[in-house]
Design a protein around this ligand. Structure first.
Ligand code: CO8
Length: 376
C-alpha cells in the first residue's frame, strides 16, 4: 500500500486587480450608454432597460470585494469589456503562453516549498476550468519550460479542476505510474465572463495554484499532509453552462453571443448544491468511520460566502467557528477550480500533527471532489 502526501503548495496572483466599486463604475457606464442608444425601443416597451449594478449588493450576495485578473484595462474599456490578450500571450517555441507561464510561476513556489527540484517530478496534471488552447497540451508546455521528466496531460473539470487533478495525481502515484506529481492549476476564468451581464460580472477572478504530491517515503518537506481518502461524484446539470469552445469557429457569428460566456441559474445552483454537498461529505466521513467533529478544517470551493457558510453549518449542525471553513473570497473572488487550494494554501499553518481536514470542491457539471488529509 503506497501512501501519498501533499508536500508543498504554491500560488501565482496576477498583478492586475479590480475592486467592486471599479467594476460597477464600468458596468453602470455601459448600462447608461446602452439605455441611451436603445431609448426609443425601451420607451416603446420593446425591450427592458438595463439596470445598474451595486457594490453593496455584490459584497452582500457573494462576500467578494475585489479580484485579480489577467487584464483589467480591457474589462474597463466600454468598447471592449473583456480582457486583452497579454503581449506575446500565445507564446511560441521559446516562450510559454500566458496560461502556462501562470502555472509555471505557481509551480516554482510549490516545488520550493516541497524542497523538490523540477527534475524530480515525473508527472504533471495541468487542470483548469478553461484551457487557452487544445494542443499542444498546456501541461506539456509547463513540463518543457519547467524541466520536469516523464509525462504531462491537461484536464478540464470546471470548479472541480484542482481536486480532480489532485485525485488523478494521487492515483498515478498509488498505481506506480509516478513517484512525484505536480498538479498545476492556472485559472483564467475572467476570459469567460460577460462583463455586460449584471448577474455574473462580479463573480470571477484569476489565479494559479500548484501542489506537489509525493510518495510518502520520498518526501522531505517539513509540512506534509497524508492523503487518507479521496472521493468524487458527478451529476449532469444544465444550470451552469457555456457553449464556447473549439466549435465556436463553425457556429457563424456566435463569438459574442450570450451563451458563449459563463451563464448560470444562480438561485437553482444555490438550492441544489446544499443537499448534494452535505450528502457527499457525510458519505465520505461514513466511509472512513469519522464524525464531522474529527475535522479541524474544511477548505471548501470558494464560490460564494453564503453558500459556503450554509454548507458548513448544515454539516456541523451549528454555525461554523472562525477558521473551521475559511474563505478567501473577499480578496480573490471565485477563482473557479482554484478556490479550495487557495484556502488550503493560506489557512493551514496553525494546524498540528494529527489534525485532519477536507479539501472539497463543488463545480459546474455538477461535480464534487474531495480529499481527506492529515497533517504529519
Ligand atoms: N447589482 C445589484 N442588484 C443585483 C445584481 C447586481 N449586480 N444582480 C442581481 N441583482 C438583484 C436582482 O435583480 C434581484 O432583484 P429582485 O429581488 O428585485 O428581483 C436581487 O438582486 C436578487 O437577485 P438574485 O436572486 O439573482 O441574487 P442572489 O442573492 O441569488 O445572488 C448569486 C446571486 C451570488 C450568483 C447567487 O445566486 C449564488 O451564489 N448562486 C450560487 C451559485 C454560484 O455561486 N455560482 C458562482 C459560479 S459557479 C461555481 O463556482 C460552482 C458552483 C457550485 C456548483 C454546484 C455543484 C454541486
Amino acid at each position: 500500500m503506497v501512501d501519498v502526501v501533499i508536500s508543498g503548495t504554491g500560488l501565482y496572483v496576477p498583478e492586475d486587480k479590480i475592486t467592486n466599486e471599479e467594476l460597477v463604475t464600468a458596468f453602470n457606464q455601459h448600462v447608461d450608454q446602452f439605455n441611451a442608444e436603445h431609448k426609443a425601443d425601451i420607451d416603446a416597451g420593446l425591450m427592458p432597460a438595463k439596470q445598474h449594478s451595486s457594490a453593496e449588493f455584490i459584497e452582500k450576495a457573494s462576500g467578494i470585494r475585489e479580484r485579480h485578473m489577467v487584464d483589467v484595462q480591457g474589462v474597463m474599456d466600454l468598447n471592449r469589456m473583456m480582457s486583452n490578450m497579454p503581449d506575446g500571450g500565445h507564446g511560441d517555441a521559446d516562450t510559454p503562453c500566458f496560461q502556462a507561464a501562470m502555472g509555471i510561476a505557481a509551480a516554482k513556489m510549490a516545488l520550493s516549498n516541497a524542497g523538490v527540484d523540477a527534475s524530480d517530478i515525473d508527472h504533471i496534471v495541468c487542470t483548469s476550468a478553461v484551457m487557452q488552447r487544445s494542443f499542444p497540451a498546456i501541461g506539456i508546455e509547463v513540463q518543457h519550460f519547467l524541466g520536469t521528466s516523464g509525462s504531462a496531460f491537461d484536464m478540464v473539470m470546471g470548479c472541480s479542476s484542482a481536486t480532480y487533478g489532485l485525485i488523478a495525481g494521487v492515483n498515478a502515484i498509488k498505481s506506480g505510474v509516478a513517484d512525484r506529481v505536480l498538479m498545476v492549476n492556472p485559472e483564467i476564468f475572467s476570459t469567460m465572463v460577460n462583463y455586460r451581464d449584471r448577474d455574473s460580472h462580479f463573480i470571477f477572478g484569476d489565479i494559479a495554484t500548484a501542489v506537489v504530491l509525493e510518495r510518502a517515503d520520498l518526501a522531505k518537506s517539513d509540512d506534509q499532509w497524508l492523503v487518507k481518502h479521496t472521493k468524487q461524484s458527478t451529476q449532469f446539470s444544465n444550470n451552469i453552462r457555456s457553449n464556447y469552445g473549439p466549435m465556436t469557429r463553425i457556429d457563424d457569428g456566435s463569438m459574442l453571443r450570450d451563451d458563449m460566456f459563463f451563464v448560470q441559474e444562480g438561485r437553482k445552483v444555490f438550492k441544489e448544491l446544499l443537499p448534494l454537498v452535505t450528502a457527499f461529505i457525510s458519505e465520505q466521513l461514513d466511509e472512513r468511520g469519522l464524525e464531522v467533529s474529527a475535522l479541524s478544517r474544511m477548505w471548501l470551493h470558494q464560490a460564494n460566502i453564503n453558500m459556503n457558510m450554509y454548507a458548513a453549518k448544515k454539516l456541523l449542525g451549528r454555525d461554523p467557528q472562525p477558521g473551521e471553513a475559511p474563505t478567501v473570497l473577499e480578496q480573490y473572488g471565485n477563482t473557479a477550480g482554484a478556490g479550495s487550494i487557495v484556502a488550503f494554501h493560506h489557512h493551514r499553518n496553525d494546524l498540528k500533527s494529527g489534525d485532519q481536514g477536507l479539501i472539497c470542491s463543488f463545480g459546474a457539471g455538477y461535480s464534487i471532489g474531495s480529499l481527506l488529509v492529515e497533517k504529519q
